[in-house]
Design a protein around this ligand. Structure first.
Ligand SMILES: [Zn+2]
Length: 255
């Protein structure tokens, strides 16, 4: 059985430092892990870790919580270069709930717009954090003309109305351990077709006090999706693995 965690904060504790022992564990369990970055320096780290460890896939990004100003042309150039080298872009997005300073929202929108343009030019997939900002995110998708199949909405917690819109456009959704108890997150199982589902841990986030780690994809996420669709783990993990290959555009045989 092959497992992919499409969204995990590998460049930070407890996965870094000490990544080697994690990589060994993931290798034993056939788990590949996409390393999400919160900022530029973590993006550099993510690239380095992916070169060093076979189970790690490089994600490049600046989290919306960290976007507090305008970015310079040089910074966009640096991000673009790193994104070209990496496999996916993340974590990026919009957050109008946990970020309460309204004056930062235009910076978030401007940053995400430029990142969507870069992703479109490089044809790189993105793992998107979108909280209470779905209308503006939809506008940016239309404005930039980004292919919706390059987008994965991570830990979706929005309304049914918006989930239907993103589904009809062909976006992916990554499901995490919150699916066990969160009614909002369970909506993803109800509305998203199986061929658009991905899996994630969002490690090191805590789920009811328990630190998220990639093995939770196997222990919690897949069993919950399987229960919903009455599918065995083997069949389901094959489906999710195929979806991930399609989304990430990588051939795991070469890894
Ligand atoms: Zn995250």
């Amino acid at each position: 059985m092959k497992i992919i965690d499409i969204h995990c904060h590998v460049p930070r504790s407890p996965f870094f430092p000490g990544t080697e022992k994690w990589n060994e564990k993931w290798k034993r369990k056939n788990i590949w892990v996409c390393g999400m970055a919160m900022n530029i320096s973590q993006s550099e780290k993510s690239l380095k870790l992916a070169k060093e460890y076979k189970q790690i896939i490089a994600g490049i990004g600046v989290h919306p919580w960290k976007v507090k100003r305008e970015y310079t042309t040089e910074e966009y150039e640096q991000i673009k270069q790193m994104a070209e080298e990496g496999t996916l872009i993340g974590e990026v997005g919009l957050d109008y709930r946990f970020v309460q300073k309204v004056e930062r929202y235009p910076y978030q929108r401007e940053f995400l717009k430029n990142i969507l343009i870069i992703a479109g030019e490089l044809s790189k997939p993105l793992s998107i954090h979108c909280v209470d900002a779905h209308d503006d995110f939809l506008k940016l998708i239309r404005e930039t003309g980004i292919d919706p199949a390059l987008i994965s909405l991570h830990w979706y917690s929005g309304s049914e109305e918006f989930i239907k819109k993103f589904v009809s456009m062909g976006c992916y959704f990554s499901v995490n351990p919150a699916v066990e108890y969160s009614k909002a997150h369970q909506k993803v199982l109800e509305h998203v077709p199986l061929d658009r589902l991905l899996t994630e841990s969002d490690g090191n986030v805590k789920y009811q006090g328990k630190v998220g780690v990639p093995t939770m994809v196997l222990e919690t996420v897949l069993p919950n999706i399987g229960k919903f669709h009455s599918m065995g783990l083997e069949e389901l993990s094959n489906q999710i693995f195929d979806n991930s290959k399609e989304f990430l555009k990588i051939n795991f045989k070469n890894l």
